[in-house]
Design a binder for this molecule. Sequence first.
Ligand code: BTN
Length: 234
Amino acid sequence: MNVILRRFECLPSTNDYAKEQRAFGRDMAVLADRQSGGKGTKGRSFSSNLGGLYLTLLRFYENFPASHAFTVMTTAAAAVCKTLEDIGLAPKIKWPNDVYVGGKKICGILIENTFSGNTVRSSIVGIGLNITNELPEDLQDIATSVLEQTGKRYAVDKLAQKLLGYLYDEDTAQTYFSYLGWIGEPIIIVQGDKRIFARLHSVDNQGNLLAEMDGELRRFSAAEISLRVNTQQL
Ligand code: BTN
């Protein structure tokens, strides 16, 4: 693992900082103690108070087929799960990019790839993991932290080092699938204003969700739907 590490007290967003560094063409890990404008998927914000882990890995590739781009996500989510397992937790992946512990979200991942023709040229893998940070009141029922789940105050640096190591593991997508949660369970697919009740079947190698509804299997991309796993929440 040959990666420069840049550490900041505060950045608007570690992903945005990494994006500015892309022109230099070198792998870089960016860590911030907090973010003033943390970004989530689908244009949402990501609460980034002191005590959480806010890490972005900027990575360059040679000859990485665009058709395999989902493995950037599978590697990142598997790395988070392995880090959490090492401290005794039982993480589950909520397709496509969230990690849950004890039925609540503990980590979100935001990936921003660049492409050159049919290949992935670089990836920006942004990971936000709640460790000892305080969660805003409106998230307290749906989000959790390492502190809440273990009762222990883990140092951000220690978990960041572990996570960074795992991000360079050459896992196959199989590792991601082994952590995938809610298989065979009822889910709600949110598509615009529509709510579709279904059962989670699996995820394919391109990262599409396969859901069973009325005895049929349907395939959805992460761009077109969101997934609700707690069917009580509607
Ligand atoms: C999500 O849950 O919607 C994805 C959240 C991703 C948050 C991380 S924190 C580090 C990196 N910097 C950002 O601005 N976002 C990602």
